[in-house]
Ligand binder design. Structure first.
Ligand code: NAD
Ligand code: TYD
Length: 348
């Protein structure tokens, strides 16, 4: 494989994946395709724009004719598909946008890949990046494995579940060589500050209220984004065609406990008194359909492909908080304009 199309490469996870592939694989041409929604930002790719094996193409994955042209023009033989609408709260407000991008956009890429590669699928690969949220919600016990039945509850997870089904359908019906991974919640640099961790870091810095949904007792399983990118690399190169891999770090946190770690870390780095920002915690109305607990069993990925997370959570959180403190300009750029309107509507 030579010409790899990465979709959503200007977003949070996509930018880490693009950076890793451009730097580690000079023999691949990396074509980053992104339409640059509010979540896509070319600043996330600082330092690699001028590399000879990197090309950026601004395009909408839903525009089938254009996607077909791009597959031909760049002679694409591998795809890593990350482009999506990704925020649950937005999906509750506007489910159509999620169905359009996540389902129809994925279908458009699948169809373009099938038509470009015809029946010669040798050395071709369509890798679809998905989420653990397709499995639904766990009680106090148990883990999601690769064979857990799908049971999505939010418009976001329903649209991702549907896209996963289309990817498997293209494998089973047309023999398209596919891989799927389902990852737990990511955190790290370049995450748009509407998701819990960057939103709360930013609010603590600015002494703004921290809107905790419900009682703060929901549980999420957190993975450092660079470890997700490393897992995608391993699965892309060594995964068994047609298979699914769960990605997670066995790192569960109750929201309120995680929020206290964030407060402690930010207060320490800003030289504030320990716990000073606890007063910013504000319990607000729960998210509709709020999944109680996510927990990923990533044993298959470890046993079959040898991947393990590289970082302990406390170390990852400290690195992440430092990054947001040192990159205030980035945060200010993405939190002005349209974002401000969104924030005022969501948290009035
Ligand atoms: P993100 O919202 O930060 O980035 C999404 C990117 O996709 C943006 O650059 C955006 O411009 C682009 N995009 C959106 N619609 C597009 C379209 N129609 N055409 C072309 N580009 C488009 O998302 P993220 O958090 O980086 O997530 C990336 C992928 O990983 C998603 O598929 C998501 O479902 C999955 N995932 C995310 C997490 C997480 O914790 N963030 C966990 C597991 C899986
Ligand atoms: P989020 O980062 O949106 O990820 P997801 O919903 O995809 O897991 O939210 C993580 C958890 O934090 C989730 O249980 C919802 C909760 N949450 C809040 O309590 N307040 C907030 O303002 C946000 C954005 C999330």
């Amino acid at each position: 494989m030579k010409n790899i199309l990465i979709t959503g490469g200007a977003g949070f996870i996509g930018s880490h994946v693009v950076r890793l592939f451009v730097n580690n694989y000079p023999n691949y041409n990396i074509i980053n395709l992104d339409v640059l929604t509010y979540a896509g930002n070319l600043e996330n790719l600082k330092g690699i724009e001028d590399k000879p094996n990197y090309t950026f193409v601004k395009a909408d994955i839903c525009d089938y004719n254009l996607i077909e042209e791009i597959f031909s023009k760049y002679d694409i033989d591998g795809v890593i598909h990350l482009a999506a609408e990704s925020h649950v709260d937005r999906s509750i407000k506007d489910p159509f946008a999620f169905a359009q991008t996540n389902i129809m956009g994925t279908l458009s890429l699948l169809q373009a890949a099938k038509n470009k590669w015809k029946d010669d699928f040798k050395d071709k690969l369509f890798y679809h990046v998905s989420t653990d949220e397709v499995y639904g919600s766990l009680g106090e016990e148990g883990f999601f494995t690769e064979t857990t039945s799908y049971d999505p509850h939010s418009p976001y997870s329903a649209s991702k579940a549907s896209s996963d089904h289309f990817v498997r359908a293209f494998h089973d019906t047309y023999g398209l060589p596919v891989l799927i991974s389902n990852c737990s919640n990511n955190y790290g640099a370049y995450q748009f500050p509407e998701k819990l961790i960057p939103l709360f870091i930013n609010n603590i810095c600015n002494n703004k209220p921290l809107p905790v949904y419900g009682k703060g007792e929901n549980v999420r399983d957190w993975l450092f984004v660079n470890d997700h990118a490393r897992a995608i690399d391993v699965i892309f190169h060594k995964g068994k065609l047609g298979d699914t891999y769960n990605i997670g770090g066995f790192n569960e946190w109750k929201n309120i406990d995680l929020i206290r770690v964030l407060i402690k870390t930010v207060d320490k780095l800003l030289g504030r008194k320990e716990g000073e920002s606890e007063k910013l915690i504000k319990y607000v109305t729960d998210r509709a359909g709020h999944d109680f607990r996510y927990a990923i069993d990533s044993t298959k990925l470890k046993d079959e492909l040898g991947w393990e997370p590289s970082l302990q959570f406390e170390e990852g959180i400290e690195k992440t908080v430092k990054w947001y403190l040192e990159n205030k300009d980035w945060v200010d750029n993405v939190t002005t304009g349209g974002y401000q309107k969104y924030y005022n509507e969501m948290y009035k």
